[in-house]
Design a protein around this ligand. Structure first.
Ligand SMILES: NC(=O)c1ccc[n+]([C@@H]2O[C@H](COP(=O)([O-])OP(=O)(O)OC[C@H]3O[C@@H](n4cnc5c(N)ncnc54)[C@H](OP(=O)(O)O)[C@@H]3O)[C@@H](O)[C@H]2O)c1
Length: 212
């Protein structure tokens, strides 16, 4: 599969590496491709481009940019380049304010998630929330004593969610489908919970598992 990854931070680089590991072709998009030339050249076979070039390249597109800039990055990627495509939304709506006792601040509220805002702004794209509730170090084939962790996903398109479930299978995750886009109101705050042990005890290696 051809995958366009929007972003140049740890999440974008980690997921790009995961897609390469599993045999996909990747173009990573950023406003400044030059800053990643050395990283991309070290045996990763990741192509670099602008947000628009990466989005155009991808049959599947990953959004892995700062939450406050997600809409702007997608505007730069271009509406026509994301229309009709599955968009893996790894972003979180983290506000530009420090955590309080280890609890992050969000710029959204419990009645409106970032993914819903993006879905409304780009109605022809098929957003699927995924990879937002775990740190980048544990995103690709994580090994936990407790077995496979669970990735909570949601989105309005069943076929897009099936495509993302396929990616999660490859990346070593169980998938828990929480339904339509509104479920991102519950999934995005899992990031706050996931980060608390990190901020309080410097423990950043864990993931959620749904038991039944
Ligand atoms: N860090 C984690 O472990 C983790 C885990 C789960 C989810 N997340 C979420 O994943 C996303 C990426 O996190 P990250 O830590 O890898 O990176 P980040 O530092 O949150 O974001 C860096 C990216 O944001 C883009 N960006 C910043 N301002 C922009 C603007 N004004 N216009 C367009 N693009 C802009 C940058 O673009 P350029 O490339 O052009 O500089 C860069 O690609 C975030 O939403 C985060 O909450 C992070």
């Amino acid at each position: 599969m051809k995958v366009g990854v929007l972003g140049s931070g740890d999440v974008a680089k980690t997921l790009a590496g995961g897609f390469i590991k599993h045999g996909h072709q990747v173009k990573l998009g950023t406003r400044s491709p030059a800053k990643l030339v050395q990283w991309a050249s070290t045996d990763r076979s990741v192509a670099l481009g602008t947000f628009a070039e990466a989005a155009q390249f991808g049959e599947l597109v990953v959004v892995a940019v700062k939450g406050t800039a997600a809409r702007e990055a997608l505007e730069l990627a271009g509406k026509s380049n994301v229309a009709g495509k599955t968009i893996v939304d790894a972003t979180n709506p983290i506000a530009d304010a420090p955590p309080v006792n280890g609890v992050l601040k969000f710029f959204t509220n419990l009645d409106e998630s970032l993914m819903e805002r993006l879905q409304n702004a780009f109605p022809e794209a098929h957003f699927v929330k995924a990879f937002s509730s775990v740190g980048n170090a544990c995103m690709v084939n994580p090994q936990f004593q407790g077995g496979k962790p669970t990735m909570f996903i949601c989105g309005n398109s069943e076929s897009a969610k099936a495509a993302v479930r396929g990616v999660l299978d490859q990346f070593g995750w169980e998938t828990a489908d929480m339904g339509k886009a509104e479920a991102a109101r519950a999934i995005e705050p899992l990031c706050m919970l996931w980060c608390i042990p990190g901020f309080l005890r410097n423990d950043w290696v864990h993931a959620f598992k749904l038991l039944a």
